[in-house]
Design a protein around this ligand. Sequence first.
Ligand SMILES: C[S@@+](CC[C@H](N)C(=O)[O-])C[C@H]1O[C@@H](n2cnc3c(N)ncnc32)[C@H](O)[C@@H]1O
Length: 174
Amino acid sequence: MRGYFGIGVQGISKAANLGAVMRTAHAFGASFVYTVDAHHKALKIDATDTSRTHKHMPHYQWDNIGDMRLPKGCELVGVELCDRAVELPSFRHPRAAAYVLGPEQGSLSPDMQALCSHIVKIPTKFCINVSLAAALTLYDRTLCLGGYPDRPPRPGGPDLAAMEKWRALRARDN
Ligand SMILES: C[S@@+](CC[C@H](N)C(=O)[O-])C[C@H]1O[C@@H](n2cnc3c(N)ncnc32)[C@H](O)[C@@H]1O
């Protein structure tokens, strides 16, 4: 997959949720994870992130929005149910992106939303758990930028020729 991404959460208060976000980020190949204004209890994630993400990539712990330092050219993408948000299945993910999700109780702050180049929403009837929202966002990124072949018109997997083409493209990009 070309490009890179990081993912973070603002104002998170539960270690179980932060651990699940970090483990998911690790599994999907994140380059970094971050927290902004996390509750100190939320940072005790050893029991909840069994993949030990912090041993494999940086975890930036910023106290507030003013402390945030994203890499140059990295676009901040908010994940939030709000009027400005575009629906995730219609969104083109930036190659270099930092996703940010909101706290268990509340939403991304207006200041954080103002910093975002884009805001996306997952088409659900109501708000889902923050770690599930993170997983769906990263899965959508994988679908969008993973270089997978088009789905076949009939039920089942792609034909072998298409798979070979996909593998060759993937090998070339890695
Ligand atoms: C549990 S929700 C926050 C609670 C919610 N604002 C409420 O009080 O109804 C935690 C975070 O998950 C993310 N989230 C949950 N469902 C979402 C959705 N359908 N689309 C986009 N983000 C979502 C957002 O980042 C949100 O701030």
